[in-house]
Design a protein around this ligand. Structure first.
Ligand SMILES: C[S@@+](CC[C@H](N)C(=O)[O-])C[C@H]1O[C@@H](n2cnc3c(N)ncnc32)[C@H](O)[C@@H]1O
Length: 311
């Protein structure tokens, strides 16, 4: 497994390896391992994250996202016929295929150093490592059913990629650590997805790409907020859980323009077939607002010579 270098997620300076954990002498912080996973969540962010994860866990359990069967885990994103989330996994399967096709088209060299940002149970990292790449799975959740604890529960120490607890906006990696960053169904959890995407730029090598996959996107902030209100009301009525505010919950289609000084953006408007379109039509009638688009976005960091010529 590739060794990953770390920096302090707050000041971006190097860390010293000590008996206690990794120490930042500037911020006097020590980052320790919890259940075998290095934990880079900043102390001041913990109360907010804990409150969010407590509610998120209940919802994910009620929605049957917990995967504790090794064979089923290894087949993801293909799900069994009996899986209650089969329709969502069908979307993931489709977009995973798009990701592999796009990677193959743009990058011939292997292995690619890939950051799986908001990895959940890290199924994507597992599949990418099987294909010969070098993923690093990052999430705030170390849950054993649905977060980074899942591969540990299933494989013990024999996991072929690093698992790191950290937030998107406070990542503990030096500049240019990755060829590829993937936000798979996760970027919409950021408080300001545009700022997160702008900031992640520094982690990519020149010519590297950031993929934004399976996140709901709206043209209008009001429509996105209406979707979030409906979703929150559903969680209260179905599961008696109020999800505390954490991320925005959706992307804005204007994001491509906001970040085009840093990236070359390509966009594929994915259509997931008849059932998906029917769902969109139903949403429009039932809720009186457009339903979300689920674009497949590739944001490529230009090579320095491309940047100079486009200035
Ligand atoms: C819908 S799940 C997607 C998981 C996985 N990528 C997949 O495709 O199945 C979103 C994940 O993003 C994680 N997440 C949300 N906000 C985050 C943040 N600010 N930093 C890191 N991870 C975050 C959640 O804990 C959750 O595991």
């Amino acid at each position: 497994m590739r060794q990953v270098a770390f920096v302090c997620p707050r000041c971006q300076r190097g860390l010293a390896e000590t008996e206690d954990g990794m120490r930042c002498s500037v911020d006097t912080l020590v980052f320790r391992k919890t259940n075998g996973i290095p934990d880079f969540v900043l102390p001041e962010r913990r109360p907010l994250i804990d409150r969010f994860l407590e509610a998120y866990r209940v919802i994910r359990e009620c929605e049957s996202w917990i995967c504790s069967d090794r064979d089923a885990y290894e087949r993801l994103p293909e799900a069994d016929r009996t899986d209650p989330n089969r329709s969502v996994w069908r979307l993931r399967t489709r977009s995973f295929r798009l990701l592999l096709e796009d990677l193959q088209r743009r990058y011939t060299a292997k292995p690619l150093r890939i950051l799986d940002a908001g990895a959940g149970n890290a199924w994507l990292s597992l599949q990418l490592s099987r294909l010969g790449h070098e993923p690093v799975a990052v999430d705030i959740s170390t849950d054993i059913g649905d977060g980074l604890g899942a591969p540990i529960a299933l494989y013990g120490d024999a996991i072929p990629f690093p698992l790191i607890r950290a937030e998107f906006d406070f990542l503990p990696f030096p500049a240019k650590s990755f060829d590829i960053v993937v936000f798979n169904a996760s970027l919409h959890y950021a408080a300001h997805p545009e700022a997160t995407v702008s900031d992640v730029h520094k982690l990519l090598r020149d010519g590297g790409s950031l993929y934004v996959i399976d996140s709901p996107e709206f043209a209008s902030r009001d429509d996105g907020n209406a979707m979030i209100s409906q979703l929150s009301a559903d969680f209260v009525s179905k599961y008696s859980v109020r999800l505390p505010p954490y991320g925005r919950g959706f992307l804005l289609s204007s994001m491509s323009e906001t970040v085009n000084d840093r990236y070359t953006v390509t966009r594929q408007n994915t259509s997931f077939g008849f059932r998906f379109r029917l769902g969109q039509t139903i949403t429009r009638f039932r809720h009186g607002r457009p339903s979300a688009s689920i674009p497949f976005l590739v944001l490529t960091k230009p090579q320095p010579e491309q940047r100079r010529t486009s200035m």
